[in-house]
Write a protein that binds this ligand. Sequence first.
Ligand SMILES: *Cc1c(COP(=O)(O)O)cnc(C)c1O
Length: 471
Amino acid sequence: MKKQEHIQTQLYQDSKNQQLFEEAQKFGFDYLTTVFDRTVFPTEKALADLKHFQETMPTSPTAANEVIRLLNTYGAPATVATLGARYFGFVSGSAVPAGLAAKSLATFWDQAPAMHVLSPIGSTLETVVESWLKELFNLPNNTVAGFVSGTSMANFCGLAAARYRQLSKLGWDMNANGIFDAPKLRIVTGKHAHSTILKSITLLGFGKNNTEWIDVDDQGRIRPDLIPELDDSSILILQAGNVNSGSFDNFESICEKARKAGAWIHIDGAFGLWAGAVEKLSYLTKGIEHANSWAVDGHKTLNTPYDSGILLCSDEEALRSALHMSGSYIVTSEQRDGMFYTPEMSRRARIIELWATIKNLGRQGIDEMVYGMFQRALQFSNELSKIKGFTILNEVVFNQVLLQCETDDITQKTMKGVQELRECWVGGSIWGGKKVIRISVCSWATTAEDVSRSVRSFEKALLEAQQQPVA
Ligand SMILES: *Cc1c(COP(=O)(O)O)cnc(C)c1O
């Protein structure tokens, strides 16, 4: 690009440059077709090549096709193949092709569904998906949905609504008067609550030390017998899907009673809420309908592309008041104005790929896909427990498997070994005070053969770890 060229002229030329967009799309499609076979974690060379991005702020423009080529040449190989079939770290989720394609199309639309008038398509799809989710999870009819970036934000929104409602029941207008002289609320949750619950607790001004942390059982479920008497000042936070063991709190024995006592119940169901959409697994979420708010991700179990979380709340007034300082006054508009249900005003129309994914799979497809993750997790557990030196620590009720070796040292080395083999990827955690390897099955693409291939890699890493001298 010549220095004296005006940027606007150049940008107009780029916007008519079909080859630029075709090339970007081709690179994307090449990636998708190879991601299932490549090393799951980037090679050493790919990591070293990231040096090509290390430069000071560029003074002059770089041609658009050169920008895209840089990304393809040095960016793509340094990605982690979370999209593939053998990534079992965290709870990450792949993306179904229709969702990727919809996102790619919607990139060109560049919609912001803050208001209906700003994006009729965004507003319509949000309304439609809201009703689908209510049906899938069997939630109360008055439930509304906010489409946010992930469960971190969904937890935050649900607990902000809880704070607004519980304080208003105690005669305190949170929006007008703030938190400093407010009546004290009681935050009650299990000791295994996800770290993003802790984040919300601190962001909302409740404080970690003011929280009542309840003991959990050997699967990480909150112990119902230890939950104290609750009342109008209480917020009870439960979990559908323990991030390590995959276990579910006993909603049936907890929720109805807590609700009657006046507590607000929030359920963090980032990946686990989807069990409710699977016929043979829906026993796990029985009783969640008595809660007031639910947080769930699209980008984990459902396999939408990243940046898709949902807050569901059966108290619309509390949610809108908490997020938009509109007091108890509800602005009734005929159509959905998405910004009333999210912290942001402008945000991208992530609903498009969420809609596309659900439309593509249908109820049957979701049932089959999610149940398949459970079956693959069971397969992992069965095959690994046959290998001497491995012990499975959890009841595999959903998609998580916790694996332990004879000593912390061997567990750690085995995990590192699996990571270095790059056939699959798993992370670690602590369970019952000891190191464990966490396996999370959450990709539509994982086949029985992928599981067996990964198990062979575990076996190899274990043998090598056993032969290494103790650190
Ligand atoms: C992943 C996860 C979260 C956080 O969700 P993000 O989508 O990463 O923001 C919260 N709770 C649980 C149980 C999770 O697994």
